[in-house]
Design a protein around this ligand. Sequence first.
Ligand code: SAH
Length: 246
Amino acid sequence: MNGTSPLDRIRVVLSHTSHPGNIGAAARAMKTMGLSRLYLVAPRHFPDPEAEARASGASDLLAAAVVCRTLEQALADTVFAAGLSARRRDLSLPVCWAREGAARLVQRGRSDEVALVFGNETSGLTNEELSLCHLPVMIPTNPDYSSLNLGAAVQLMCYELRLAVAAPGAAPASELPLATGEEVEGLYAHLERCALASGFLDPSQPKRLMLRFRRLFARTALEREEVSILRGLLASFERPKLRKKS
Ligand code: SAH
């Protein structure tokens, strides 16, 4: 996609939404701020008349919404994802506030596909869903009552994105192509395979180590070529070449 604004490369992903009215409210919130790309991961009810009613004049976004079975699918061709969470989690990456999160998304969105991911109304994003994101983002709120309505959270973040696009002096994006979500997932699967085969990874407890790897790599902006190098290295461990003795 070759949009003229970073907003064209930012998709809003709503995961496991229970109430179709919130999907409509999110579409309306997006359109008012100039965003248009809505992805829905396993929504409980969609399409739905309640979504249409709450979208008001933004039903074009609902008509174009992409429905996916898993969050992995919704992020497959993205290079960067911010996960919105109202609470801090164990072992998560350092959290950043909404304004900085929006600035970082816009910076990446100048050259690449990026995503803003929202969780279910009751349970929020699962830890597994958050582990597919590179940046946990919180909207500053009253610590004793921190959970916003989903549509309101989408509205605030889209507003911050609009402000961030207008802000001058955003740092230029990387020159080299970044790895997509699908490519990075391929690297994690390869790492896990090798670590199991070598005996480094305890097969009864694979999750924790893999979460640590995700946390490590999510702090960097992995380039496509770096993923290839790492996978080449792993492949060389799997099939060591016989070296001639000199
Ligand atoms: N009870 C859930 C909140 C669900 S609200 C929880 O504790 O996580 C639905 C979604 O709106 C959340 O998954 C999150 O994506 C977003 N959201 C609501 N309040 C937020 C906040 N203060 N900061 C960041 N995201 C928030």
